[in-house]
Write a protein that binds this ligand. Structure first.
Ligand SMILES: [Ca+2]
Ligand SMILES: [Ca+2]
Ligand SMILES: [Ca+2]
Length: 381
């Protein structure tokens, strides 16, 4: 029995030495420039149909191509129109380009019909009614401005009281901030002849059926700027519930605190609360996504009071955590003044904690392990 106690003592001593050695060598900063890091916003997708008042969808119907309909929803935007002329069997249409910015011209269309009353709201997805697809295809509108495109015709034998026209693509989505058209005309003939089914005063609303994600940043203010070691900032227009996913290059770690440096301006944009999540899944979420491609565990959350001073290191925020993770997701649910801010921004962030890399065994540790083995053999003998 006595030798067994001695063996237990030795084993405990080895464990203690290994533990103290590990904590000494691995208490560290966890983030460094070059770590995989992406911008996210965990808010759900939203309908981004919206138009300036003077450029409303009614301008499609006024037979004046110099007045335009412009929708910042860009791809997927369009309109629902209920002609005053009543039920019709449309078999062709013609669109007019607007006054400027060819990149915004629609490059494809989808035309739907319905005989249900329109319950979709202005600037909605336009799915409030059952719709039947009449025709879809590419558009090749002229580069010339305020000019009529070619007549698009298709076979249709069904009469409808309302039509929905969507534009899934524009000519140059990267260089366009919107979709725009000068005029639209629908015809019951299949060659653009005869009277225009549409007329000024028809009920018409703007729609967009391609939803947008909230996370958005300039290329020079991406999430990599929070770990670049400079006061260059990360700014996300997603504002509340935006943040980042980071996979520290040091490998699995146990984060126990973090510290944020404020950006150089606009205090209203400073995070006012935080929620930190961990995962051991490989990070497959992409930049400006919702950051939900991995299984995330909430580690800890709380409020944070960042300094009013700009470009200034904030308080050390303790994180209640004893679990190791290979990647972290930091979300900022609120900013200091949401009414006065158009975004969330910070200059830097650092996570502190323990790195799980196995330390090199010391000579003392090796001799203790040898001693315990010797004791074990003697006890068994
Ligand atoms: Ca017009
Ligand atoms: Ca920075
Ligand atoms: Ca948001």
């Amino acid at each position: 029995m006595r030798s067994m106690y001695r063996w237990m003592y030795c084993a405990a001593l080895v464990a203690a030495v290994v533990a103290s050695s590990a904590s000494k060598v691995s208490a560290a900063e966890l983030l460094a420039p070059g770590d995989l890091i992406i911008a996210i916003d965990v808010d759900p997708p939203y309908v981004d149909s919206n138009y300036p008042g003077p450029e409303n969808p009614g301008n499609l119907l006024d037979n004046d191509p110099t007045t335009k309909y412009l929708n910042f929803g860009k791809t997927g935007s369009g309109f629902i129109v209920t002609p005053l002329s009543g039920s019709s069997t449309v078999q062709s249409f013609q669109l007019n380009t607007a006054n400027d910015a060819e990149a915004r011209d629609p490059a494809s269309f989808e035309l739907y019909g319905t005989n249900s009353a329109i319950s979709s709201a202005d600037n909605s997805e336009g799915n409030g009614e059952p719709w039947t697809l009449i025709s879809a295809g590419d558009l090749f509108l002229p580069s010339a401005r305020v000019s009529a495109g070619s007549v698009i015709s298709f076979a249709n034998v069904s009469a409808y009281t309302s039509y929905k026209m969507l534009f899934p693509t524009v000519k140059d989505a990267i260089n366009a901030n919107s979709m725009q058209l000068g005029d639209a005309a629908f015809f019951e003939s299949n060659d653009g002849s005869g009277p225009n089914v549409l007329s000024p005063g028809d009920a018409v609303i703007a729609v967009d059926n391609i939803l947008s994600l909230e996370s958005e940043h300039f290329s020079f203010q991406g999430a990599d700027k929070v770990i670049d070691g400079t006061l260059d900032k990360y700014l996300n227009f997603g504002e509340e519930n935006s943040g980042f996913i980071v996979e520290p290059g040091v490998g699995a770690s146990i984060v126990t605190s973090f510290q944020i440096t404020t950006a150089f301006d606009a205090e209203a944009r400073d995070p006012a609360s935080w929620a930190l999540y961990g995962t051991n899944d490989p990070v497959t979420s992409t930049d400006n996504s919702r950051g939900d491609a991995e299984a995330w565990t909430l580690i800890d959350a709380g409020s944070i009071v960042l300094p009013t001073d700009r470009d200034t290191l904030g308080p050390i925020v303790n994180v209640s955590n004893s679990t190791a993770y290979s990647a972290y997701r930091m979300v900022f649910p609120t900013v200091k003044d949401a009414n006065d801010a158009n975004s969330m921004q910070i200059a830097e962030v650092q996570f502190n904690g323990r790195i799980l890399a196995i330390p090199e065994p010391t000579t003392a540790m090796l001799s203790l392990i040898g001693l315990s083995g010797l004791v074990l053999r003697r006890r068994r003998a």
